[in-house]
Design a protein around this ligand. Structure first.
Ligand code: CIR
Length: 268
């Protein structure tokens, strides 16, 4: 079933305040730890940009026991039709699901649970026509197939694709710019997964800029990536640069810090 609304129209998001323990967040490679103050400032600017983009922001409290819990995108998925509680592929993140579940039960009539395997929300790219699920070190085939079952219950078409080797999440390397256009790293685009889209390729050396975020009229992009900003600006997108230097040290980007959906409920 195709969805009439654009996949980047949102009126609600959930975020979680960073904990002081965020300095111990998971990372594949040590490029120095982020500072708590740095992450906090980046998070605050993000929340402000979201409000300016026209969404209502629900802010959850910090969880000291979970250093990566600021990245609410990973333990769940949300859609107009309902929410899905996932099973994160990193052992230290599994219990973040229990922490976010009560909020999702409050805000959604339908809340499904991934019945098997592992899947992180960072591996899921929602487009208007389908939901792409990237296999990665965090999302295994059992999880991806179980997720397809949940998505079907919500009336969503889905497909399983591959994440390039050594890349944390599928969406580390791509984002939706509009219903027809994907921003992608060259290494992911080469795999052919986006052949049904127009593609804009990240300039060499700015790969982390691929985790941009279209929200209503604007595209949020990491401010450390001037060539990507210039490319998108020239293409006519309304770019909002946001600092991601500290969260980047723990392998995160702009999509990771929120759960986004279009609510048709009376609270929207
Ligand atoms: C992790 O390794 O789980 C965190 N340090 C970063 C999570 C980034 N989340 C995302 O891309 N959705």
């Amino acid at each position: 079933m195709s969805q009439p609304r654009s996949a980047f129209n949102f009126n609600q998001i959930i975020v979680r305040t960073p904990s002081r323990s965020v300095v111990n967040g998971l990372r594949a490679e040590d490029r120095g730890s982020p500072t708590y103050e740095g992450v906090k400032a980046e998070h605050e600017a993000y929340v402000q940009a979201m409000r300016e983009a026209g969404v209502k922001v629900t802010v959850l409290p910090a969880l000291e026991a979970f250093p990566d819990s600021i990245f609410v995108e990973d333990p769940a998925l949300v859609f107009t039709e309902g929410a899905i509680l996932l099973r994160p592929g990193a052992a230290t993140r599994v219990k973040e699901v229990e922490e976010i579940a009560p909020t999702l039960h409050d805000m959604f009539e339908t809340v499904l649970e991934l019945p098997a395997g592992y899947a992180d929300g960072g591996d899921v790219l929602t487009t208007r026509e389908s939901v792409m699920i990237g296999l990665s070190a965090r999302t295994d085939r059992a999880g991806a197939e179980a997720l397809q079952g949940c998505l079907a219950k919500l009336g969503r078409k889905s497909e399983i694709v591959a994440t390039p080797a050594g890349v944390l999440h599928f969406k580390t390397d791509c984002s939706l710019l509009d219903d027809e256009t994907i921003l992608s790293t060259n290494r992911l685009a080469r795999s052919g997964v986006f052949e049904n889209f127009r593609q804009m390729i990240i300039p060499e050396g700015e790969e982390p800029a691929a985790n941009a975020l279209r929200v209503n009229d604007v595209v949020m992009v990491g401010s450390d990536f001037p060539r990507t900003i210039e490319m998108l600006d020239k293409a006519g997108y309304k770019v909002v640069p946001l600092k991601t230097t500290d969260i980047g040290k723990i392998d995160a980007g702009l999509s990771c810090m929120s759960l986004r959906w279009f609510s048709c409920g009376k609270d929207a």
